[in-house]
Design a protein around this ligand. Structure first.
Ligand code: SF4
Length: 497
């Protein structure tokens, strides 16, 4: 329910390069549009696709607009996006406003030809980098840190460049200047470069188009095994619908070159020796689709274990376990299994209401909730309900829901939250309300319980969350690590704020 309360992911990226001989019969524009629909949960403000034949660095096709993927790309728009390779982007704005000028991919003309850049994340040292770029006489037309990154990549060609731009060297240079947070696709010529910041803050994975859509997960560990095409995506959930098999993740700090002959790992740029990786733990809690795979485990299973852990930490005597549909369902099922209390649905969601905007008064919030959820009264009348949510941000949606259940006959409502209290801002790509707006900074647990009208309330601990997530990671390495800064104020890098 975090989205309704103002917690927003900040973009999804996707890229595809047709394999084998070119010209290809693969429709890279439709493939990208289908994938972007699968990444729609990562950004709903705008969408864009750039395509190219890959034989002329001065010729690309680009279409980007404000709006959802399905409204931005109709058949006419897609038919004009021709080529053998493509990159695409869905956006929710953090740095830079929600305007057409900030839509991605960013396209910039250089002396060597056009480049296009799609970025997920937020540069923690954007202010310093902006000054540096401006001091070098480069104008910036937006406040977007993605435009800033694009210009930085165009600047400072390393001394060794004699026969055209050395993009890996430029990317390494950029990575040495900014360590987080970014997953980026850079298109130039007949290649896409995919790179992930050394902290691995946002997700990025590789896949192979193996023919018709299906459910295959991992067909080949060989980077260059023949296939219809090579894809890169913020999340693996899109692979099934485009007929791709999951290959592997892009490693923190890794630069991968994607061409018609396959993936080539160019290098892995290290982070500071004393620092751990900082993959955003909220990708597991809420942002990502449950069918995506991160760090070798399915997000759904991590959420299920968070629910189990919550039941161990905060048991409660009750008749049934339920949830606010539907992002916390895996956690509710985990709680139910661990507690031995049946899972029963208590709310029916009206799928046509759309987004719940933040309402200014309790009465309007109650109307908003009543419009969105119908109580399944016979399932819980006279019963003690444990209501699971994935997170509480402002707390203004949960109170009317608890009220609705109580008015409809619930004997008791105990709220359990499958993540710890959110107390601090995120500077790495997630839009979190101000410190003052966060309910965890305003009310103690007792007062929160009264505010929500609940019989009790409890959050999963930080240790519980980290344990539940890390338990499912196979082959944990020294570098495994997760950002928990919005819960603990332990930011993975020095901030410039
Ligand atoms: S501060 Fe929170 S939301 Fe931001 S990257 Fe870290 S865990 Fe994710």
């Amino acid at each position: 329910m975090a989205e309704a309360e103002g917690l927003q992911e900040a973009c999804g990226v996707f890229g595809v390069v047709a394999g084998g001989e070119w010209p290809t019969t693969l429709d890279v524009a439709h493939t990208t549009a289908f994938a972007l629909v699968g990444l729609q949960h990562r950004g709903q403000e705008s969408a864009g696709i750039v395509t190219s034949y890959g034989d002329d660095p001065h010729k690309i096709f680009c279409h980007k607009e404000m709006g959802l993927v399905n409204t931005v790309f109709d058949d006419h728009a897609l038919s004009r996006l021709k080529g053998n390779l493509a990159i695409g982007h869905t956006r929710y704005s953090t740095a830079g406003g929600s305007q057409l000028v900030n839509c991605q991919p960013f396209v910039v003309d250089t002396m060597h030809g056009l480049i296009a850049v799609a970025h997920n994340g937020e540069l923690v040292n954007a202010k310093m980098l902006r000054e540096k770029v401006l001091q070098r006489g480069v104008g910036l037309s937006t406040k977007s840190d993605s435009e800033l990154m694009t210009q930085l990549l165009c600047l400072s060609p390393p001394e060794s460049e004699e026969s055209g731009p050395d993009w890996p060297a430029r990317i390494r240079q950029f990575m040495s200047e900014s360590q987080t947070s970014y997953c980026v696709l850079l298109y130039f010529g007949d290649k896409i470069y995919a790179f992930r910041d050394p902290y691995g803050n946002r997700p990025l994975c590789l896949g192979k188009l193996m023919g018709s859509p299906g459910g295959r997960i991992s067909d080949s560990q060989n980077d260059n095994a023949e296939c219809d095409g090579y894809v890169v995506s913020s999340e693996s959930c899109v692979f099934t619908c485009i007929g791709a098999a999951y290959h592997r993740e892009v490693l923190p700090g890794e630069i991968v070159e994607i061409s018609r002959s396959g993936f080539k790992s160019v290098c892995v740029v290290p982070r500071a020796e004393d620092r751990k990786a900082a993959f955003c733990i909220f990708e597991y809690v809420y942002f990502a689709r449950p069918d995506s795979i991160f760090e070798g485990q399915m997000v759904y299973n991590a959420r299920f274990r968070c629910g189990e852990m919550l039941a161990k930490e905060l048991p409660v005597k009750a008749d049934l376990v339920s949830t606010v549909p539907e992002s916390a369902t895996p956690a509710a099922l985990g709680f139910s299994k661990q507690a031995g209390i049946p899972y029963v649905e208590v709310l029916c969601k009206n799928r046509y209401v759309g987004r719940t905007f933040i309402q200014p008064s309790l009465r309007l919030r109650q109307i908003g909730v009543a419009k969105k959820f119908g109580p399944l009264t016979e399932n819980f009348r006279g019963k003690r309900v444990v209501l699971i949510d994935d997170s509480i941000v402002r707390g203004n949606t949960m109170a009317p829901i608890v009220g609705l259940l109580k008015q409809s006959g619930a004997k008791e409502v105990h709220v359990r939250v499958a993540s710890p209290p959110i107390k601090y801002p995120c500077y790495m790509g997630i839009n979190i309300p101000t410190k003052e707006e966060l309910i965890a900074n305003k009310l103690s647990l007792d007062k929160l319980s009264v505010y929500l009208g609940a019989d009790s309330v409890g959050y999963l601990s930080v240790d519980g969350l980290v344990t539940a997530v890390q338990e499912g990671i196979p082959n944990k390495t020294k570098g495994t690590g997760h950002c928990t800064a919005c819960l603990t104020a332990n930011y993975p890098v020095e901030l410039e704020w």
